[in-house]
Design a protein around this ligand. Structure first.
Ligand SMILES: Cc1ncc(COP(=O)(O)O)c(C=O)c1O
Length: 358
C-alpha cells in the first residue's frame, strides 16, 4: 500500500472544500469588469467587513494585490520601504521595479518587524538633493520569510505613526492576515487598522483555489481597479472562484487555530530531536523554519531524504527548510513528519548518503 505524501511545502497546496465546490457550481455570475459580478461583489463586501475598510477589490493573486497597491499608492520613481526578506522584495520577480518603476529598500526587521530607528532614518517625505522621496511603507504580517512571525500591535502602531508624521501611506501585505489576527487574539480589522490598505489571500490556509482581496479607502480602490486592468487582471465571470472565497471567509478562519497548534507541535518535536533545529517559542502561526546551520548537509539533501520518506518540505535557503501546516495536515501527519526527520537526522549523523535509505 502506498500512502500519499505529507505536503508541508506550503498552505497554498490546500484543495477547495466540498462546500466551495457547491458554491462555485451555483454562484450567480456576471461580467465583473462591465456591469459587475454579483458573487465577486459579495466577496468584496465581505472583505470590507472583515478588514473594516471602505472598499475592496478581488484579484487573482497576492502578488497582484501587492503590485496594484504599490501602483495605486505611489507615483513612479519614489522609494518603497519594506522589511528585510519581504515577499515584495524577495519573491515577486522584481515587479516593484520592473513594473511599478519604484525603488525599494529593505530595512532590518528582526522577527519580521521593521526596525523603528531604521524606519525613522529612512523615511523621507519629499525629494531631497541626494534622497528619493518615500512613497510607501509596506508591512508584512504574518511574515513569511521570518517564519510566520507577527509584529505586535504596538509595533504596527509605531510604524503607522512614524509614516503618518511624514505623510507616507502604509500598505499591509497580509497574505496570511487571519493567521496574524488569530496569533494576536484580535479581529483582522484591528490588524488592518494599522495600514491605509491591506491585502489578504483566500488561497492559502483558507483553502480557496484562487484569489486575494485588496481593501482600503474608496478612492484608492478605484485607482487600484484601474491598475488591475493595466496589469492584465481584468476579470469577467470571476464569481466562479469568488464563491469559494466567500466560503473561505465564512467557514475557514476559525480552524486556522489547529494549524497553529500543529506547527507548534512540529517545532517542539524538532527541538526535542535537535535543539538547533527550531525554537518552539518562535512559532507564532503555521510556519516553522528549520535551521540546519549546525549540520553539514545542505537543505536540498534533507528535502530529498525526507521526500524519500513521504514528506515534502521547502528548502528555502541553503541551510534552512520551511514547513507549513494546513487543512490537510493532521496530528498523525505531524508524527510521521517527525519520525522521518528522526530517521534522516540519524542517517546523516552516521554519514550515510541520503538516497541509501532502505
Ligand atoms: C507574505 C506574502 N505575500 C504575498 C504572497 C503572494 O501570494 P500569491 O502566491 O497569491 O501571489 C505570498 C505568497 O506566499 C506571501 O506569503
Amino acid at each position: 500500500m502506498t500512502t500519499s505524501p505529507i505536503d508541508l511545502r506550503s498552505d497554498t497546496v490546500t484543495l477547495p472544500t466540498e462546500r466551495m465546490h457547491e458554491a462555485m457550481a451555483s454562484a450567480p455570475l456576471g461580467d465583473d469588469s462591465r456591469d459587475g459580478d454579483p458573487t465577486v461583489k459579495r466577496l468584496e463586501a465581505l472583505g470590507v467587513e472583515r478588514t473594516g475598510k471602505e472598499a475592496g477589490l478581488f484579484l487573482p493573486s497576492g502578488t497582484m494585490a501587492n503590485l496594484v497597491a504599490l501602483l495605486a499608492h505611489t507615483g513612479r520613481g519614489v522609494e518603497v520601504l519594506v522589511s528585510a526578506g519581504s515577499h515584495i522584495s524577495r519573491t515577486e520577480m522584481g515587479g516593484v521595479a520592473g513594473l511599478a518603476s519604484l525603488f525599494h529598500r529593505e530595512l532590518p526587521a528582526p522577527r519580521g518587524a521593521i526596525d523603528l530607528e531604521a524606519l525613522r532614518e529612512s523615511l523621507s517625505p519629499g525629494l531631497a538633493h541626494n534622497r528619493l522621496a518615500t512613497g510607501l511603507v509596506a508591512i508584512e504580517t504574518s511574515h513569511n520569510d521570518a517564519g510566520g512571525t507577527v509584529p505586535s500591535l504596538e509595533h504596527m502602531g509605531a510604524v503607522q505613526k512614524l509614516a503618518r508624521e511624514r505623510g507616507v501611506p502604509v500598505h499591509i501585505d497580509g497574505a496570511r492576515l487571519f493567521n496574524a489576527a488569530h496569533a494576536l487574539g484580535v479581529p483582522a480589522s484591528r490588524v488592518a487598522s494599522f495600514g491605509d490598505s491591506v491585502g489578504f489571500c483566500v488561497s492559502k490556509g483558507l483553502s480557496a483555489p484562487i484569489g486575494s482581496l485588496l481593501c482600503g479607502p474608496a478612492a484608492f480602490i478605484d485607482r487600484a481597479r484601474a491598475f488591475r486592468r493595466m496589469v492584465g487582471g481584468n476579470l469577467r465571470q470571476a464569481g466562479v472562484v469568488a464563491a469559494a472565497g466567500i466560503v473561505a471567509l465564512e467557514e475557514m478562519i476559525e480552524r486556522l487555530a489547529e494549524d497553529h497548534r500543529r506547527a507548534k507541535e512540529l517545532a517542539r518535536g524538532l527541538a526535542a530531536l535537535d535543539q538547533s533545529f527550531s525554537d518552539p517559542r518562535d512559532v507564532e502561526t503555521n510556519i516553522v523554519n528549520v535551521d540546519l546551520s549546525r549540520h553539514a548537509r545542505p537543505s536540498p539533501e534533507w528535502a530529498l531524504a525526507l521526500k524519500e520518506r513521504g514528506i515534502l518540505v521547502g528548502p528555502t535557503k541553503p541551510k534552512r527548510i520551511r514547513l507549513l501546516t494546513h487543512r490537510h495536515i493532521g496530528d498523525g501527519d505531524v508524527e510521521r513528519a517527525l519520525s522521518a526527520f528522526r530517521e534522516v537526522h540519524a542517517r546523516f549523523a552516521g554519514g550515510t548518503p541520503a538516497h541509501a535509505a532502505s
